[in-house]
Design a protein around this ligand. Structure first.
Ligand SMILES: O=C(O)CCC(=O)C(=O)O
Ligand SMILES: [Fe+2]
Length: 201
């Protein structure tokens, strides 16, 4: 006997049956082995040596530990504040990310993050003050999850972000889809690079 004909199922039902059969979110790019293992080792050393602080959002504290450069978003004031200048050791890496992003890519903000085993980040979209986001993974892999509402259901996509890889989110993957990282199995560091949106405020 034949299986029920899927042609009769609506798009939403098909997506629910095969959550991983969904298309890659528009505007998401992934570059495996963006940096060498030697540079990865060096960068983990630099990030670990930073005065990382628990991520603050208003009265709450996240378990991941971060350091912001260029700008930081203040959740109490709900606006961007100037932060420490971007350290020199990030210079060549920023040039490489900007070259990858193409002409007129200017990285203005950098966030260094440390996730201990068991720590992740909840569903969110990055603040609209920023435009494109580039994320370099260091030390261990993570599942970089995406979701967006389709009718009453979530359409989902998971990117397996390997150490030394770079992802870029722009367009719909940035503005429409939310992203999150479930608790990592081994310590992971990341460096996210953000360009500024063309905003007046
Ligand atoms: O660690 C990462 O790669 C991304 C973290 C993230 O989504 C964020 O800081 O907004
Ligand atoms: Fe994010």
């Amino acid at each position: 006997m034949r299986n029920p004909p899927f042609e009769d199922a609506g798009l939403t039902e098909q997506l629910a049956l095969f959550p991983q059969a969904t298309a890659v979110p528009d505007g998401l790019q992934y570059v495996p082995e963006f940096i060498s293992p030697a540079l990865e080792h060096e960068l983990i050393g630099h990030v670990s040596a930073l005065p990382l602080q628990p991520f603050q959002f208003g009265a709450f504290e996240g378990k991941r530990r971060v350091a912001s450069f260029g700008f930081r978003y203040d959740y109490t004031l709900q606006r961007l504040q100037p932060a420490e200048p971007i350290p020199l050791w990030l210079g060549p890496l920023i040039e490489k990310v900007e070259a990858h992003g193409g002409p007129s890519t200017r990285i203005a903000q950098v966030l260094c993050t440390e996730y201990d085993a068991g720590v992740g980040i909840g569903w969110h979209r990055d603040k609209p003050h920023f435009d494109r986001i580039f994320g370099l993974s260091l030390g261990s892999p993570c599942k970089f999850r995406f979701r967006r509402a389709v009718g009453e259901k979530w359409q989902r996509y998971t990117l397996e972000a390997a150490p030394r890889s770079l992802y870029m989110i722009s367009g719909e993957s940035r503005r429409v889809w939310e992203h999150s990282i479930p608790a990592v199995e081994a310590p992971r560091h990341s460096i996210t690079f953000r360009t500024m949106a063309d905003r007046k405020t």
